[in-house]
Design a protein around this ligand. Structure first.
Ligand code: BGC
Length: 810
């Protein structure tokens, strides 16, 4: 194993779905799972391909009602490539004796390689070496190279290269009862000798998708020009090429594919654009070369080096790799959000959630143009969010829990509990806290970039409309003289209602209320920050007044936060009265109880009765804010906040959380990083295993968990360096896990690149000659002058590495 490759030895059908997800190749425009070219969708393989923002909507009658779902559409399969010896069967991995099988994802170059040596029923031994890429510089291109070597036989051989648009969305077993035929065939033809072209259209969104494939063949270095046999049926086109091959000889097959859609810019028509692109594309080796260079540039910005990192280093790079394949510099010109499960599978239908919270920090410090573009995805859907707010009886803008093409609420209305086989009402759209996430992301992006134009023109409008929403969601409780926010769900999706209540929703979820208070305070602050002219424009456009803004302040100071008798913030009002859950008993009975909501429902019980959470909820506050910031928010709310409360709160909820979401361990590891470094490291290791080991047992084959992947990288980037930007000052407060010798990264801060190295007890921060950033940085609680070309070397003792609650908190 190297620190740049994910390698597999041997073929294991049961592992194939996982490998396909982990070996997905993409470039932010489209991505394709790491399925073999000869594989067809079935029990073990699922060669899905997805276009960023490529959705379609279908209706299904289920559990007595018609439900509508918008899905990220599985594109025509462009990988299809196979061969057969004369009189033999088409190559099928399952039907041959595998003598050697290696698969390797080259993370540094973005290339997926396979090397196989097998024997068929006739005793023919063949070596097959394949390479594949999805081009990082030319986002419409994918390329495949196969080398076929008959080792102990000679004869005629036929290669088939196809584009298959007969595919459906069948990647998630739980969704199989739902309508899944998204594509309608349009045309299939062979516009050139070596080129085939397929066009399909999504049934509802009317997205025209064209793929063109140019397949060329070389034997002993000579191009084979022979006649090609077309194979056509609705939604499918292939070409077959037959030629002679000597024993020990080698045939090189190159398939270059272009993908265009009717949504692309700077094209006349997708079919023409795709055919033209493959006609103009270079040979596989040329494409490989330019693709590698594009990845080199990305790694220069995005790599994080760990001393003695080993497997941790490899997984961290794999996580960065998949993040950059889902959203890349190509996303900047697209109208797309970042799907929670990447472009790697069909789980959650490619929808966009609050997971951006975990994903943007990495991008902010490296390619903030991507964050900006992804925030613009939200901005373009502001009107839809306004509509959602109105519909629900609120003012301002209310972003949906799940978002797809046009920003309407895409959360499903019912979901299947595979444990009971029952369809259950899904109330997760009550997670209004997604609105706080959008506002929070706007502000954090601004803090790192100081992009005033963005803040004034897009950010402020979103922030004000979200503040308005929170102000209208808060209702005055005359008895306690505080504002309530009622009828919501927190991040913990296990609790959707009070145990005996008919209607869903919970009151005064601490996370939601504190975030709302923060949004209201921040909106007031931004109202001042954007300058008089813009303020005037927005006052006009949004019918906003100074009076309304001062109301935000006042509501933001008087929101209610429930506390338990011992001072621990309650997850929601009434949580303290719920029953304790029998964690040990259930673990003994079921083993894996991370989805204990499903187990309980199948038993006729409900998790709503228990103090048992799916994921970090209150603890999110310690994740999103430094102790100082949180102290300020609690002070704004007029509640006491002492340092000793933090470890108690962490401890309390940690004991009552099943970590049913991969995000949960990211948060818990973060909040423990300074209090319990060993446990934090242990949790970090578990975060790293989430996808590579499919630790939830079956979810990764349906798509990676991008929030946890990006969150793991951010745990190193910000968590262990204590990197924070507050009040316009860059702050560092390192806390390196004992298991790591050192770490090295580059940070882009307000347009300049800084180098940060942490080794043992030494931190070095180097500014370029072009540094125009702030002239001071804060290291722990000391301010240091910092200027262009300067190398700041700071030391801290082992003792200082440890978190001291009373010192860190106001
Ligand atoms: C989690 C959510 C998350 C979603 C998408 C769910 O399992 O509970 O917090 O947003 O997955 O990743």
């Amino acid at each position: 194993m190297s620190e740049w490759t994910l390698e597999y030895h041997g073929f294991d059908p049961a592992q194939e779905g996982l490998r396909e997800a982990l070996c997905t190749l993409g470039n932010g425009y489209f991505a394709t799972r790491g399925a073999a070219g000869e594989a067809e969708a079935g029990e073990f393989h699922y060669p899905g391909a997805y276009l960023a923002g490529g959705y379609n909507r279908l209706s299904t009658e289920i559990a007595g009602r018609v439900v509508e779902n918008e899905d990220l559409v599985n594109l025509p399969n462009w990988l299809c490539l196979t061969f057969r010896p004369e009189g033999g069967d088409w190559f099928n991995l399952m039907a041959v004796e595998l003598l050697d099988y290696r698969q390797c994802l080259d993370i540094e170059s973005g290339v997926l390689k396979r090397q196989l040596f097998f024997r068929d029923h006739q005793g023919r031994e063949t070596t097959l070496i394949t390479q594949r890429l999805v081009h990082m510089a030319q986002p419409h291109l994918g390329a495949i190279e196969w080398r076929i070597r008959p080792e102990n036989w000679a004869g005629r051989i036929t290669v088939r290269s196809a584009l298959d648009g007969r595919v459906i969305n069948a990647g998630v077993a739980r969704y199989r009862q739902l309508a899944s035929t998204h594509l309608a065939p349009l045309s299939a033809d062979a516009p050139g000798d070596d080129t085939i072209c397929l066009q399909v259209e999504t049934r509802q969104s009317k997205l025209r998708i064209a793929q063109a494939a140019r397949t060329r063949l070389r034997v002993a270095g000579q191009e084979i020009e022979g006649k090609r046999q077309p194979v056509e049926e609705a939604g499918y086109i292939a070409q077959e090429m037959t030629f002679e091959l000597a024993a020990g000889g080698e045939a090189v097959v190159e398939k270059i594919v272009a993908l265009h859609t009717s949504r692309d810019r700077a094209i006349a028509e997708p079919g023409f654009a795709a055919c033209q692109a493959v006609a103009r594309a270079g040979a596989f080796d040329e494409l490989l070369d330019s693709h590698r260079r594009a990845w080199q540039h990305l790694w220069q910005r995005c790599d994080i080096g760990l001393d003695g990192g080993g497997r941790v280093q490899m997984i961290l790079r794999l996580h960065i790799f998949h993040l950059l394949q889902t959203v890349s510099p190509h996303s900047v010109d697209l109208d797309v959000g970042v799907p929670a499960r990447g472009l790697h599978g069909e789980a959650y239908r490619g929808h966009i959630f609050w997971d951006e919270l975990f994903i943007f920090p990495f991008l902010n410090y490296r390619i903030p143009e991507i964050t900006r573009a992804l925030l613009r995805y939200r901005y373009r859907r502001l009107d839809e969010a306004r509509h959602l707010a109105r519909q629900a009886g609120y003012r301002g803008a209310m972003y949906p829990w799940q978002s797809g093409s046009d920003g309407r609420e895409e959360s499903q209305q019912v979901h299947l509990n595979p444990k009971s086989g029952r369809w259950i009402p899904d109330n997760s759209s009550l997670q209004r806290h997604v609105n706080a996430a959008v506002a929070y992301n706007v502000w954090r992006y601004y803090e790192v970039t100081e992009d005033r134009e963005f803040l004034a023109y897009y950010g402020a409008e979103m922030l004000f409309e979200i503040a308005r929403f929170w102000a209208s969601a808060a209702s005055w409780n005359a008895q306690r003289k505080r504002y309530d926010i009622r009828g919501v769900m927190g991040p913990d999706e296990f609790h959707d209602r009070y145990p005996d209540a008919q209607a869903p929703g919970l009151d005064n979820n601490t996370y939601t209320n504190v975030m709302a208070a923060w949004v209201l305070g921040r909106a007031v602050n931004v109202y001042d920050l954007i300058g008089e002219r813009r303020r005037g424009e927005l006052n006009d456009a949004l019918a906003l007044s100074d009076r309304e803004v001062s109301q935000w302040m006042s509501i933001g100071q008087q929101l209610f936060v429930p506390f338990h008798a011992d001072g621990v913030p309650s997850q929601f009002e009434g949580y303290e009265g719920l029953q304790e859950f029998d964690w040990a008993g259930y673990r003994e009975r079921y083993g894996d109880i991370h989805r204990l909501d499903r187990l309980l429902e199948a038993e006729g019980d409900t998790v709503n009765r228990y103090k048992a959470s799916k994921q970090a909820d209150v603890l999110m506050l310690f994740y999103l804010f430094s102790a100082e910031e949180l102290g300020d928010i609690f002070a704004q709310l007029g509640y006491p906040f002492s340092g000793e409360l933090i470890p108690r709160t962490i401890d309390y909820y940690q004991q009552r959380t099943s970590h049913g979401s991969t995000l949960s361990r990211v948060v818990t590891s973060w909040v423990l990083a300074r209090a319990d470094r060993l446990q934090a490291w242990e949790l970090f290791q578990q975060v790293l295993q989430s996808d590579i080991e499919d630790s939830q047992g079956g979810t990764t084959p349906e798509g990676i968990h991008l929030g946890a992947m990006a969150g793991s990288v951010d745990l190193i980037q910000r968590g262990h360096t204590g990197l924070e930007i507050r009040d316009g000052m860059l702050r560092l407060n390192p806390c390196l896990p004992e298991a790591l010798g050192g770490l090295h990264l580059r940070l882009r801060y307000r347009g300049c690149w800084l180098e940060l190295d942490l080794e043992g007890d030494r931190l070095t921060l180097t500014a370029p000659e072009s540094w125009v950033g702030p002239e001071r940085v804060m290291f722990r609680d000391e301010i240091h002058p910092f200027g262009a070309g300067q190398r700041l070397e700071l030391h801290y003792s082992e003792e200082e590495r440890c978190w001291q609650p009373n010192r860190d908190c106001p």
